[in-house]
Design a protein around this ligand. Structure first.
Ligand SMILES: NC(=O)c1ccc[n+]([C@@H]2O[C@H](COP(=O)([O-])OP(=O)(O)OC[C@H]3O[C@@H](n4cnc5c(N)ncnc54)[C@H](O)[C@@H]3O)[C@@H](O)[C@H]2O)c1
Ligand SMILES: [Zn+2]
Length: 395
């Protein structure tokens, strides 16, 4: 027998640029990251644009075309931006992936050209997957345009679509070439989607950064009123923390079973599916964070007062922390939410790894969860929700 053991190392440069008015011709940041193929004067790019964004900002396409015209010495947009539907439904089939593949083929986008996706996390997940699988990997740029995708998914290295009733069952790890966070896109978002990203920010603050958690508490009245500057502070710090985890966490492609930033997500992913996506990712993350926070208190990891701070902040920001889907049973009379725990473990592979808050800003990993205690926590959330008066302040 002969065995060759070697390590394959790949360096993956990633730029995350925080810049407003990305398509203002005077803003060079987008042009500057588009590097032409060797021997070519201009970089070639295909752009897909979220239809809801295009509808909400009717001059968006004109602005984008003017931008590329103004920089036509360096960059070429191979066609007018392709307006494609966004929202979770596009992740539930392969149709949009095929559409983007066919555009990549039609416009001769090669491995030295770019696919630029502008939109919400769902369209970005689909476009990232299409880019990663065309020619085994076309460079892609992400321009997230929702709070959630700017806070979290847009700066990540994952993409994917849903299949077999399971979230993100098909997908790859594939870092984008660059990400642009432009908070000026957020002003046209409906409130429910503006709020959704707050859940990911609270999530990461709870387990990584006590000071950020205090900042969120301080900013809560402004966030509740969707003040753009408060949202900008939230987005920037949350994106930084997610990025820090990817670049310094030691496992960017999640080869192990650890998923430290997925606090609350075993519940969230199951709730999205059980609610048939009536509840969006952010709403489900808020419920998941609340449930796992209560669990952490009852299991003796987190003190009661800190747990209350987390729940109160989420409620004050406008999240409902109970939904009847938490109580749904399957045909065998089992709680559907509990099957989510096994599915989450299968998705990670290997050992169950759940992150819970140990104190505000610090997480702890557990490898088992007591199913009876989980159900007690769902009942506690139900009781809390029916007794709750609308919160006027955080104190
Ligand atoms: N890849 C990852 O690492 C990762 C991480 C977290 C979440 N996600 C995924 O992200 C998805 C959720 O993303 P999302 O919260 O951005 O939701 P979304 O993509 O569904 O967008 C919400 C809605 O807003 C519209 N929209 C987008 N930008 C707009 C704008 N500026 N103005 C008006 N409307 C606009 C979209 O068309 C959609 O209808 C989920 O599928 C989730 O699983 C992925
Ligand atoms: Zn999430």
């Amino acid at each position: 027998m002969r065995r060759i053991q070697c390590d394959i190392e790949v360096k993956w440069p990633l730029q995350v640029v925080f810049s407003d008015r990305l398509f203002d011709p005077k803003n060079p940041s987008l042009r500057d990251v588009l590097v032409p193929s060797p021997g070519q004067p201009r970089a070639r790019a295909l752009m897909v644009l979220d239809a809801s964004l295009a509808a909400a900002k009717p001059d968006c396409v004109r602005l984008i075309r003017s931008y590329f015209l103004a920089h036509s010495d360096r960059v070429e947009l191979v066609s007018s931006p392709s307006i494609l539907p966004g929202g979770e439904a596009v992740k539930n089939s392969t149709a949009l992936v095929e559409e983007i593949h066919s555009q990549i083929e039609r416009h001769h986008i090669d491995r030295q050209s770019y696919l630029i996706a502008v939109g919400g996390g769902a369209l970005l997940d689909v476009a990232g997957f299409a880019a990663a699988t065309a020619h085994r990997g076309v460079r892609h740029l992400r321009v997230p345009t929702t709070t959630l995708s700017q806070c979290d998914s847009g700066v990540g290295v994952k993409n994917g679509i849903n299949a077999f009733g399971k979230k993100n069952f098909i997908g790859t790890f594939s870092p984008p070439w660059a990400v642009f966070i432009d908070c000026s896109f957020l002003d046209t978002l409906p409130p429910v989607h503006k709020r959704a990203g707050f859940a990911e920010a609270v999530k990461v603050a709870c387990i990584r950064d006590a000071e950020f958690f205090r900042d969120l508490e301080r900013d809560a009245p402004f966030l509740r009123a969707f003040d753009p500057e408060a949202i900008r502070r939230l987005v920037h710090r949350s994106a930084e923390l997610h990025l820090q985890h990817i670049t310094s966490g030691g496992d960017p492609f999640e080869m192990g079973s650890r998923r430290p930033l997925d606090f609350g997500h075993w519940v969230a992913h199951k709730l999205e599916q059980v609610s048939e996506f009536r509840l969006n990712h952010g709403q489900c993350v808020a419920i998941g964070v609340a449930l796992d926070t209560l669990y952490s208190c009852r299991a003796g990891f987190l003190d009661e007062a800190s747990g209350q701070r987390v729940l109160s902040l989420l409620e004050f920001l406008g999240f409902e922390l109970f939904t009847e889907e938490l109580m749904r049973l399957n045909e065998k009379g089992e709680h559907l939410i509990l099957t989510g725990l096994s599915e989450f473990q299968e998705h990670l592979g290997g050992q169950l790894n759940i992150t819970l808050p140990r104190q505000i800003g610090v997480g702890v990993e557990v490898h088992e969860m007591d199913r009876g205690l989980i159900l007690q926590c769902t009942e506690a959330l139900q009781g809390r929700s029916s007794a709750r008066e609308p919160a006027r302040s955080l104190t």
